[in-house]
Design a protein around this ligand. Structure first.
Ligand SMILES: Nc1nc2c(c(=O)[nH]1)N[C@H]1C(S)=C(S)[C@@H](COP(=O)(O)O)O[C@H]1N2
Ligand SMILES: [Mo]
Length: 207
């Protein structure tokens, strides 16, 4: 396992194994989040895309639930070292939905917002969010998400540590400059690639 020290920007080689470095396979599906699990109310739920876009919009739950569904099956890696293989996610394509807002050429980053009482956020570079396999997921292994796992909808960004996959998503703020989210201001890595073991902010390259 590679060792990181403060002030050192070492980059291990990308592994050919299925389990990223420093991870352990779990059975079952752990629940991990800050604060209490919020209660979904379809009458008040909304999803909004705003910021560096030509056409900001807000959807009700009825409108969101009527969108075309897609599926992906991927592994899920939490920075606390558990990994879960073969998660079958169902939901709405991130690119398809965000394209409706017509992002401006200045769109370079996004901050994902949650409607939980913590006000969880997480930031992504545009190229990490706007990927064909990313989902606003409503289903997992064929079942609707449970409240603990983000019901009715969570983001799923398969290629990064799971803290980037915000639960209880309320919207996407499209940005022209990076703005760190909840964990990213508390010492976690800005990018969070599990294959590069990008766990902590002290591993980031100096600007
Ligand atoms: N709103 C919100 N989303 C969140 C979190 C959180 O604290 N709040 N924790 C993240 C972390 S650290 C992980 S590992 C995954 C865990 O998802 P799970 O509980 O469905 O396994 O959710 C992510 N999404
Ligand atoms: Mo996590």
């Amino acid at each position: 396992m590679p060792l990181f020290r403060r002030g050192q920007a070492r980059r291990p080689e990308r592994s050919t194994e299925r389990l990223p470095p420093g991870q352990k396979l779990v059975r079952g599906w752990p629940v991990l989040h800050e604060g209490p699990t919020p209660t979904f109310d379809p009458a008040t739920w909304s999803f909004r895309v705003w910021g560096e876009v030509e056409a900001p919009f807000t959807l009700s739950w009825a409108e969101f639930a009527a969108l075309p569904q897609v599926e992906t099956t991927r592994d899920f890696h939490c920075v606390t070292t558990w990994s879960r293989y073969d998660n079958r996610w169902g939901g709405v394509s991130v690119t398809e939905l965000i394209a409706r807002a017509r992002p401006k050429p200045t769109a370079s980053h996004a901050l994902i917002h949650a409607w939980d009482s913590v006000g969880y956020t997480t930031n992504l570079a545009w190229g990490d969010l706007y990927r064909p396999e990313n989902l606003f997921a409503t289903h997992h292994d064929g079942q609707p998400l449970t409240p603990d796992h983000g019901a009715p909808m969570r983001l799923v960004v398969h290629h990064l540590y799971a803290w980037k996959s915000a639960k209880w998503v309320s919207g996407v703020e499209v940005l022209s400059a990076d703005r760190r989210g909840y964990w990213e201001v508390r010492g976690y890595h800005n990018r969070a690639d599990p294959w590069l073991e990008e766990r902590y902010s002290y591993q980031e390259d100096p600007e």
